[in-house]
Design a protein around this ligand. Structure first.
Ligand SMILES: [Zn+2]
Length: 259
């Protein structure tokens, strides 16, 4: 059974197909999967490359910035020739050059409460690879209220954090970990490889969710300390007084969360 994949696709995906955990049914799940990635920066570059290479059929890219020279140290979707171009266009071209079987939809915008539902509705999974807490909280709230599983990856200096917020009964949401955004802090440095590691891990969780295998990170967070070369996985649980998923939620609609 080959689910009407072409000869070219059966060769392209041959290393996926010989995995018992993927095979033709899994490849079909990738192909029919709809994944939105918020942020075509350092984390999003790695995540987008790997979900596209694996054969995820429908990919949404959300970003409202242009490519700058200081991006190229970590945002490997974009090249010198792309300087000044819109990031969503540069990212789409890079993905299509790798795997033209992907259908890419671009959203050249910064997300805000008035547009986010329209952008994210209809996606099976959202990957948050954004670089600011305003967007992060908005995406987390929207995904929870719209019941879309969210894979959230973040980096700061040499630290990385990964979690999955799956809006099922008893599962903790993003705000169970961080009830409200922290105060603004100065911009931190980042080595591109740290963002790349977290983007790869994020892509892997998305692929497992598409395969229907779930994710152990629904009730855990994964932290990465690049300087010490250590990963830690820490259990987390739903907070009864969580402002989003608790017994008396105060967050019941979408607002600008950096308040
Ligand atoms: Zn919660």
């Amino acid at each position: 059974m080959s689910f009407d994949f072409s000869e070219e696709e059966s060769v392209r995906y041959s290393r996926n197909l010989i995995l018992a955990e993927v095979g033709w049914p899994g490849q079909q799940r990738f192909r029919s999967g709809r994944v939105a990635v918020v942020g075509a920066g350092g984390i999003g570059s790695a995540a987008l490359f790997y979900i596209a290479a694996a054969g995820v059929g429908h990919i949404g890219i959300v970003d409202g910035d242009s490519v700058e020279l200081s991006n190229l140290q970590r945002q490997i979707l974009h090249r010198l020739d792309d300087l000044g171009r819109r990031k969503v266009e540069s990212a789409r071209d890079a993905i299509m050059a790798l795997n033209p079987h992907c259908q890419v939809k671009t959203y050249d915008t910064r997300l805000h409460p008035a547009n986010i539902r329209e952008v994210l509705r209809g996606y099976d999974i959202v990957l948050d690879a954004s670089d600011n807490f305003e967007t992060r909280f908005l995406v987390a709230d929207c995904c929870w209220l719209e019941k879309i599983p969210l894979v959230s990856a973040a980096v700061a200096a040499f630290q990385g954090l990964l979690l999955v917020a799956d809006p099922g009964p008893g599962n903790p949401c993003y705000r169970c970990l961080m009830p409200k955004p922290p105060p603004p802090s100065r911009q931190e440095g980042i080595l591109g490889a740290v963002a790349g590691v977290m983007g790869c891990l994020q892509a892997m969780e998305a692929l497992k969710l598409l395969l229907g295998r779930g994710s152990d990170l629904v009730r855990r967070i994964l932290t990465y300390d690049a300087l010490k070369s250590r990963f830690h996985s820490i259990k987390r649980a739903q907070m009864p007084n969580c402002p989003l998923c608790g017994e008396n939620p105060s967050v019941t609609g979408l607002v600008n969360s950096a308040r």
